[in-house]
Design a binder for this molecule. Structure first.
Ligand code: IPM
Ligand code: MN
Length: 361
């Protein structure tokens, strides 16, 4: 039986990194007895150019008929002047909403080979291993009222932040379950000294915590969390938070590890269906030059293998292969230290190196 995967390469470096990820997925899947069939579709700017809209219903249907979705990145300067409602990013938000992908898991761990690639001191980042659990289909990203009014001199704009109890409860449960697989600690990040929405989060997260007496819970204000993340990142295990705070803090957490080019993510629906994508964006400045780092996309396929197919060994094989390639000294441009004179490898070569490691194992 072949397993259908929808590929949404998207814009910028999306297609390059997705191609390397696909090759690694095929190789690791084969070792686990999995055979894939890929269906490639357009999203974001690529879809705007071809069809006049960033996400078509046919694409959503194709995703629904698949086992999992592997996405690259969306957006670019070409579409930057478009109104928010028709921009490439709308495609990404649209697919998250349409597929009910409310739970966004963004792990950030520091690989031994990259301890020096972080802008923070090695003793601060060494051993960091945290997971941001970001609510992905609610909050200010989707809230009402929204929109702009008035003419110049009198312009106003509004975006409502709304959360219903059930939305908070289900993401909190995901966080507590993840903590049980890790170090049994959850930090809930909020702004309850100002926002009613955050006060509701604190209440509901506390209620859910009662079902997880084995997991320790801390509540942390978002501003102080931003500070603690750079001061003492090792104190965090699982961080759970709303859509907007999670967007910001996951980029910050990613940079602790040295490069946004290393971080994978999974966006999951009830029942476990998932879309997997690198946390980084479309990086239009380096697109098409074969210099992008495909490792975040490749590591996203490890999350896909373990989440969608429970293929833990195949996922571990991918992670081990990536670690081995880095330990052997290979670096893409984004992983170089300031002033470091080391030969870099391109996107395709980096993918090949991981494949070679996979085949050796
Ligand atoms: C992310 C991105 C998206 C977001 C954008 C591209 C809409 O920054 O996945 O973190 O804000 O969620
Ligand atoms: Mn983001």
């Amino acid at each position: 039986m072949t397993e259908r995967i929808v590929l949404l390469p998207g814009d910028g470096i999306g297609p390059e990194v997705t191609e390397q990820a696909r090759l690694c997925l095929v190789a690791a899947g084969k070792q686990a007895g999995l055979e894939f069939e890929f269906q490639e579709e357009l999203i974001g700017g690529a879809s705007i150019d071809a069809h006049g809209t960033p996400l078509r219903d046919e694409v959503i249907e194709a995703c629904r008929g698949s086992r999992a979705v592997l996405l690259g990145a969306v957006g670019g300067p070409k579409w930057d002047d478009m109104p928010v409602d028709v921009r490439p990013e709308r495609g990404l938000l649209g697919i998250r909403k349409a597929l009910g992908l409310f739970a966004n898991l963004r792990p950030a761990s520091v690989l031994p080979a990259l301890v020096n690639a972080s802008a923070l001191r090695p003793e601060i980042v060494e051993g960091v291993d945290l997971l941001v659990v970001r609510e992905l289909t609610g909050g200010i990203y989707f809230g009402e009222p929204r929109g702009r009014q008035g003419e110049k001199g009198n312009r106003t704009a509004v975006n409502g932040m709304f959360y219903a109890e059930h939305e908070i409860e289900r993401i909190a449960r995901v966080a507590f379950e993840q903590a049980r697989l890790r170090r049994n600690h959850v930090t809930h990040v909020h702004k309850a000294n100002v926002l009613d929405v955050s006060q509701l989060w604190v209440e509901v997260v506390d209620e859910v915590a009662a079902d997880y007496p084995d997991v320790e819970l801390a509540h942390q204000l978002v501003d102080s969390c931003a500070m603690l993340l750079v001061q003492e990142p090792k104190r965090f295990d699982v961080i759970v938070t709303g859509n907007l705070f999670g967007d910001i803090l996951s980029d910050e957490a990613a940079m602790i590890t040295g490069s946004l080019g290393m971080l994978p993510s999974a966006s999951l629906a009830t029942g476990g269906f998932g879309l997997f994508e690198p946390v980084h964006g479309s990086a239009p400045d380096i697109a098409g030059k074969d210099v992008a780092n495909p490792l975040a996309a490749i590591l996203s396929t490890a999350m896909l293998l373990e989440t969608t197919f429970e293929a833990k060994d195949a996922a571990a094989a991918i992670r081990d292969a990536v670690s081995a390639v880095l330990a052997a000294g290979h670096r893409s441009g984004d992983l170089l230290l300031p002033g470091e004179l080391r030969e870099t490898v391109g996107c395709r070569r980096m993918g090949e190196l991981v494949l070679e490691e996979l085949e050796r194992a």
